[in-house]
Design a protein around this ligand. Structure first.
Ligand SMILES: [Zn+2]
Length: 65
């Protein structure tokens, strides 16, 4: 589960974070997943900030691909 190196490719689906949204992301490296999601959340969901709770959800929802 945590055996993938941070350099591997990650995918993340917005709906897995609880949004009624079809947006999906593939990114590498890992910090880009969070920063790209932050941009999306701001634009698409009027979410000014990804707080610790959402950040934790994000960490659980992202998958190596
Ligand atoms: Zn979304």
């Amino acid at each position: 589960m945590t055996t993938n190196p941070p350099e591997s490719r990650w995918s993340l689906a917005c709906r897995d974070l609880g949004f009624p949204c079809e947006w999906e992301l593939r990114a590498r490296p890992l910090p880009e997943v969070e920063s790209r999601f932050r941009d999306h959340a701001r634009c698409a969901h009027a979410l000014a900030e990804v707080g610790p709770e959402l950040s934790a959800k994000l960490a659980a929802a992202r998958r190596p691909s």
